[in-house]
Design a protein around this ligand. Structure first.
Ligand SMILES: Nc1nc2c(c(=O)[nH]1)N[C@H]1C(S)=C(S)[C@@H](COP(=O)(O)OP(=O)(O)OC[C@H]3O[C@@H](n4cnc5c(=O)[nH]c(N)nc54)[C@H](O)[C@@H]3O)O[C@H]1N2
Ligand SMILES: Nc1nc2c(c(=O)[nH]1)N[C@H]1C(S)=C(S)[C@@H](COP(=O)(O)OP(=O)(O)OC[C@H]3O[C@@H](n4cnc5c(=O)[nH]c(N)nc54)[C@H](O)[C@@H]3O)O[C@H]1N2
Ligand SMILES: [Mo]
Length: 781
């Protein structure tokens, strides 16, 4: 028996015979002290254990050996890049291994499962329980008024969608959402399908994620992507990590930070929480490290208040200006500013007005701490700022990221080795999906190129992003909602509003690997279309198909799955989209859909003709490390803004004071989840176990609010909407005393999404404000 056969043979809970996987739902909170180090032996042990439980030993060995290898598949865990040339065997991290185990699981959700459990019954189950049931094996239909999903043929499913699309008044009454695991090839044909129908309604998870980064960077440097490579990070003098928890969400980044440290870099963590991964790191790739104390990563920890980062960077700029005035020519890069930038004088005039007392109040930091940062900044020739959701999910997120860029520009830190901006993306191909045209407002140059390549006429009306799509759905304007992966209902804000919005659709369609809440909050009619994931072998027309992805630093490479799919009934994302498109648009449509589905090289040839930077795509992506997309500021200090110069921007200072008797809440990830997919109930590095319905509060705030550790509470959010004060409430939470700044609290996403108002969005980027929610705690009776 070959290993591919044997991995199917074991009978386990959740195997085809079983119609449910037994799952423990712990509820007792157990808190110990937050850990001060990340990774090391426990991390390796946890990955192996998860692998065995979900996949069995053979699949575990197979998948972990092929993870992120040149001949293997791209890790579905995160978008952090591989180091070019030097992939070590078994270069994976605990959470990447968990993401793989969850996808490659032998557990199955079969038609039997759906016959046993009604939709009403499944709605009562937690996201954790749903996640743990396994891979969906068959296309399923929920008829209007039915209590259970039933199996449906692929051809019938496509005809049903086609009939519903034909019944719409306008193609703009349909919405096509994308989550960031979708391959470049699937993303490209998906947007082509939507645009062939006549709509730009292409919201994606990026709208809730790095949209603010894309917006700010496009304005300031002319391209919405990061400007550094892994080698730059390794060779930097100073690395600031703001609003990011890499120990949990990008663990492979820690190895590179460890290398940078050994090369002499200083690392500054800017975070309200003392995250373990930023404090100390034991590298599982270095045997000595695992057993020893590991590397202390952060030289400085700036415990900033939530939403205080704009003030922090403004304060830093003010201290830099002071130092420059005291000793002209020693701090700012005048040549760079004169040659490449605009807006310098206006920005410096604003900075000169900075009130350092306000900066200290806004950040919660002492002046001495900011002065230390300024000293490190001045003595560094190569500075990188990394950031993630702690910066992007605030009302003033775009202004904050513009402020970060301003500070880097003052010192000429863009477009030279070892320096630059580094927004660290989330989903493994979220950046590639955008490059492929998944955006409600792709520029004219892209639309015109699509039109001339295929002979179609793409619509020019700007489509809906996530929040606008939800508003349109809520208002009954949308007939069909289709989702390419993801879990729209749990990931979006205002859960109750979202569920009601879904219910107003005539048809909801989910192309999914695993069961989630979006399969249970449906339109009148609903379809689940089961798809292959990264780890699965994808064979079409007898040919093994490859897909490609783009990492967080603009490098494009191949991914090829090798596992036997969980059922013969699953289809690839590309296959599903092309078969659906041919049913809807006909076999005489301008796009040869069946041709694209039978050979993904043909899709790549079209991409090469449409998207700049993808010339000779098929050849170049087959080189060992793939290829790097052009980035004019990084490559040649060319700034493709309107003026051709990098722009220093002027924004009024914004920060988040805590109102009397209230707390500012951030919603974040535990160590044991992938977004809305919950792996378990332990947040190991934060020392919180057995319960996710908790809220972390500073002990002094607890005392002031008259609460004690572990007390049951309800959380009520307050938001000044157009019609006055709005409140939202969630119950059955417990307080956990935790070292977060005074006035700031933290709790897990997605349990807290019902608290985030749909209209509470970031200025300009329309991203839901998931890290700055005003709440009050109500003691449970
Ligand atoms: N294992 C695992 N990996 C993942 C994911 C996952 O769920 N699990 N999700 C993926 C996705 S889609 C994404 S976008 C990324 C997310 O990666 P992160 O952005 O690291 O995710 P969050 O858990 O939201 O963590 C936000 C961090 O910012 C800090 N923070 C919050 N507010 C502020 C603030 O106002 N200022 C500052 N300076 N810091 C703040 C929080 O304390 C926390 O450390 O990870 C990706 N990788
Ligand atoms: N309150 C709050 N809300 C947030 C955030 C927050 O920090 N706080 N973070 C936001 C962010 S950064 C993001 S990116 C979004 C995430 O939003 P989404 O991307 O929509 O959510 P996920 O939980 O990643 O989606 C998980 C589902 O994707 C499906 N899936 C997994 N792999 C594949 C695949 O290969 N193909 C297909 N077709 N389906 C697959 C599975 O069925 C699984 O149930 O959530 C956002 N929401
Ligand atoms: Mo994300």
């Amino acid at each position: 028996m070959t290993s591919t056969e044997s991995d199917r043979s074991a009978s386990a809970p959740g195997s085809p015979e079983a119609s449910e996987t037994a799952v423990d739902e712990p509820t007792r909170t157990d808190t110990s002290h937050p850990k001060t180090y990340a990774a090391g032996v426990p991390a390796v042990a946890v990955s192996m254990k998860r692998g065995f439980t979900q996949m069995g030993p053979v699949r575990t060995a197979r998948t972990l050996l092929e993870l992120n290898q040149r001949h293997g598949f791209d890790c579905p865990g995160c978008a952090w890049p591989e180091k070019p040339g030097g992939r070590k065997p078994a270069e994976f991290c605990e959470n990447g291994a968990k993401a793989v185990a969850e996808e490659a699981t032998r557990r199955r959700v079969t038609p039997d499962f759906f016959a046993t459990h009604s939709v009403a019954e499944l709605r009562e189950r937690s996201e954790y329980w749903l996640s743990q049931q396994g891979r969906i094996t068959h296309p399923m239909l929920l008829r209007d008024g039915a209590t259970h999903y039933e199996p449906i043929d692929w051809a019938d499913a496509y005809r049903l969608i086609s009939d519903e699309l034909a019944a719409l008044d306008s193609p703009d009454d349909a919405v096509f959402y994308t989550s960031g695991r979708t391959s470049n090839e699937a993303a490209f044909v998906y947007q082509l399908f939507a645009r062939s129908l006549g709509t730009n309604n292409l919201p994606d998870c990026s709208n809730m994620c790095h949209e603010s980064s894309g917006h700010a960077l496009s304005t300031t440097i002319g391209i919405g992507k990061g400007s550094v490579s892994v080698l730059d990070v390794e060779n930097a003098d100073l690395i600031l990590i703001a609003g990011q928890n890499p120990g949990t969400n990008h663990p492979r980044m820690l190895s590179i930070l460890g290398d940078a440290k050994r090369n002499g870099a200083k690392i500054v963590a800017i975070n309200p929480l003392p995250e373990a991964g930023l404090m100390r790191f034991r590298d599982p790739q270095r045997p000595g490290d695992i057993l020893g104390a590991g590397t202390t990563l952060a030289d400085e920890f700036l415990q900033v208040r939530l939403g205080g980062d704009m003030a922090l960077f403004r304060g830093l700029a003010a201290l830099l200006l002071r130092a420059e005035n005291a000793d002209p020519g020693t701090v700012f890069d005048h040549d760079f500013l004169e040659t490449y930038c605009s807006g310098v004088e206006d920005y410096l005039a604003l900075v000169a007005d900075t009130d350092m007392d306000e900066i200290c109040e806004a950040t919660g930091l002492r002046l001495a701490e900011l002065e230390t940062l300024a000293r490190l900044w001045i003595s560094s020739d190569k500075t990188i700022v990394c950031w993630a959701m702690g910066l992007t999910q605030h009302k003033h997120a775009v202004a904050t990221i513009e402020e970060v860029t301003n500070t880097l520009l003052l010192s000429g830190m863009i477009g030279k080795p070892g320096a630059g901006v580094c927004p660290v993306r989330g989903h493994s191909n979220v950046q590639g999906d955008r490059t492929m045209g998944i955006w409600e407002q792709m520029p004219e140059s892209f639309l015109a190129a699509v039109d001339s390549e295929f002979g179609i006429t793409s619509p020019r009306r700007v489509g809906y992003d996530v929040v606008d799509a939800l508003r349109a759905m809520r208002d009954g304007k949308i007939g069909i909602f289709m989702s390419m992966g993801g879990n729209f209902v749990s990931a979006t804000p205002d859960t109750e509003v979202t569920k009601a919005a879904m219910a107003r659709c005539r048809l909801t369609v989910q192309v999914s690997t695993k069961l989630n809440a979006s399969h249970l909050a449906t339109g009148s009619v609903a379809l689940i279309l089961p798809t292959l994931g990264r780890t699965d072998r994808d064979i079409r027309d007898g040919k093994r198909q490859l897909v490609t992805v783009e990492d967080s630093m603009g490098s494009v490479h191949l991914s090829r799955g090798s596992l036997t799919p969980s059922s013969d009934c699953m289809r690839s994302e590309v296959g599903i989209i092309c078969e659906l498109a041919e049913t809807v648009l006909g076999s005489d449509h301008a796009v040869n859909w069946s041709g694209l589905a039978s050979d993904y090289d043909r899709i790549r040839d079209h991409v090469a003709a449409v998207v700049p930077g993808f010339e000779n795509f098929n050849d170049r992506v087959r080189q060992p490390d793939g290829f790097l997309l052009p980035h004019p500021p990084r490559d040649s200090r060319e700034f493709p803004t309107e003026s051709g110069r990098a722009v220093l921007t002027v924004n009024d200072l914004e920060w988040l004071p805590t109102p009397q008797g209230r707390l500012i809440l951030q919603t974040l990830r535990s160590h044991d989840q992938y977004n809305t997919t919950i792996y378990g109930h332990d947040d190991r590095y934060r020392g919180i176990k057995g319960n996710r319905r908790i809220i972390m509060v500073n002990p002094d705030d607890l005392a002031e609010l008259g609460l004690v550790d572990d007390q049951p509470v309800s959380i009520v959010s307050e938001f000044e909407g157009a019609d006055g004060l709005e409140e939202r409430r969630i119950d059955d939470f417990r307080v956990v005393s935790y070292p977060t700044p005074r006035g700031n609290a933290a709790a897990y996403y997605p349990e807290t999404n019902p608290l985030v108002p749909l209209d509470h969005v970031a200025t300009k980027s329309n991203t839901p404000v998931s890290k700055g929610i005003t709440v009050r705690l109500v003691a449970a009776p």
